[in-house]
Design a protein around this ligand. Sequence first.
Ligand SMILES: Cc1cc2nc3c(=O)[nH]c(=O)nc-3n(C[C@H](O)[C@H](O)[C@H](O)COP(=O)(O)OP(=O)(O)OC[C@H]3O[C@@H](n4cnc5c(N)ncnc54)[C@H](O)[C@@H]3O)c2cc1C
Length: 545
Amino acid sequence: MNRTLVWFRRDLRISDHEPLFRAARRGVVIPVFVFDRALLQHPETGSARVAFMLACLAALDADLRAKGGRLILRSGDPVQVLPDLIRETEAEGIYAYTDCERIYGRVRDARLNEALSAQGMKIRWFEPPASLDELIPYPRYRSRWWRDMAAPLVPTPPQVEVPPDLPSDPLPSLAALEHLADGKPIPPGGTTAARQLLADFLSHKSDRYYWQLSYPSAEATTGLSPHIKFGAISVRECVQTIQQTPDEGDFRIRRSQQQLIARLRWGNGFTQRFRYLPQLELRSLYTVFDEDGWTFDEDLYQAWQQGQTGFPIVDAAARCLQATGGWQALNFRTRAIYASFLSNLLGMDWRFGALHFMRHLIDGDCPIDHYQWAMQSGVTHCLDKTWTRIYNPGQVAVDRCDPDGAFIKHWVPELAHLDSAQLGSPPPMKTYPTPILDYKQARQKRVEQLEKQRGRFLQCGNVVPYLADLPTDLTPFGSDRFAGEIDWAQSPTERLFPAALDLTALDDRQAIALRTWFVAHVNITPPKVRKRPPPSPVNQLALNL
Ligand SMILES: Cc1cc2nc3c(=O)[nH]c(=O)nc-3n(C[C@H](O)[C@H](O)[C@H](O)COP(=O)(O)OP(=O)(O)OC[C@H]3O[C@@H](n4cnc5c(N)ncnc54)[C@H](O)[C@@H]3O)c2cc1C
């Protein structure tokens, strides 16, 4: 009987999972998850997120068992572990989804392709829905997204037959993975928990989501982000479940459903941007924004992290992030205000903020996190001023996000006795710091700096030369602050799978298409085409169905 390895990565579910479905139809399945030290010890990995992943793995194992199978756990470098497992099980090869979240994963997958080819072994990569290998204009991507979301869900295999004698490591504890629990409550993981969150949302929140999603104390959002990050539920299942829920003719429900679906699409769009330009994990889209202007002050950075800035909404967000990992409590608007404070008002490189977020967020997802950070810092758009997001962290923010002060008073109890109208700028008191900056001055400084930087683009007809290339050194930002396993970062940059977009080889059509992803308000004309050798072929495992 045919035997196929299914390699789970950030797709920890058995439904709407094409590699698993197809492998189960071929015959015996070896569903495997590999604990990979390079990821577990990546500077941006947070313990709470690892704990949540363990919960999702336990749930995946239970779901596979309900189908007669189980999850096989192994530890080590997947480039060695997976060929060994193919030999051990005499499988024909591997089925897996491509994954563009991180540069490390793409280096690893390129190394795996080479290792398998060298040993005469095969892998078949599947594209997740709404993930494309070709560069197309953003409006066309939107149409493709809708088309992919409308496609029928891949059926859950009725049975998953796993070799009975195949050993698996036990599910490790957090400590065994060299992580310490840091007190954050971990939400239940897995598909059932995710479906329950969506059902609760549709029953109780969907008439108010659109209007209240910016109020942290309203808890009007789904709380699905950690599940989506680990693929415990597919975005397509979320979209179809929302669409199948009647709006009962209530425009509030209709508007909220539309808004939620749009946000799910944004998330996929960020991953697609990273697929094209993985360098966005490491640097700003335009080199000019990284070349001059950032300052760094360790004391101020610590004050921002610990919630000691003297701006209550910022301090509440800081403390909430550290205490909860952001799940449900730290919504989009509050994250944005908190992020903007570091990069725009304290003038610090957005990557320090993104690093701190990733180390604490339970839903930390590199493309969303890094691109949102870059957007809030104003460095993703080279001309359009509307993309300067400098939030006023004073009373304006309180009135917009937390008008009754419930979120602030919860996380900054020193201020619990104040009236909400005082929470924008509390009176001096011994127990709470005075503001660490003057908002108006800091804002003015940042506006002038961004105008100067953007001014360089005004006279240029072609922004491609200003786009940051993939650096030759792929060392993750933050490696100097947090030790990690980063030997892989010295790999040649052309060895990424899927491959990155080669900015030096864009033709006219591609250059125009790329522009639509980044809203550059000038023409982009391509440089001279320089051909690169084609990537080495990958053995695709035939689907003999
Ligand atoms: C600086 C910054 C960093 C962020 N980092 C992350 C991150 O690491 N991981 C993450 O999932 N979200 C991130 N977000 C986006 C957003 O804040 C979270 O998706 C949201 O708060 C998660 O809660 P929810 O699932 O209850 O949201 P809901 O409103 O219920 O949204 C459902 C899903 O839609 C997607 N989504 C919602 N809002 C956005 C958005 N603005 N951009 C992209 N996708 C969105 C997410 O997948 C989310 O789970 C970040 C936002 C900012 C400003």
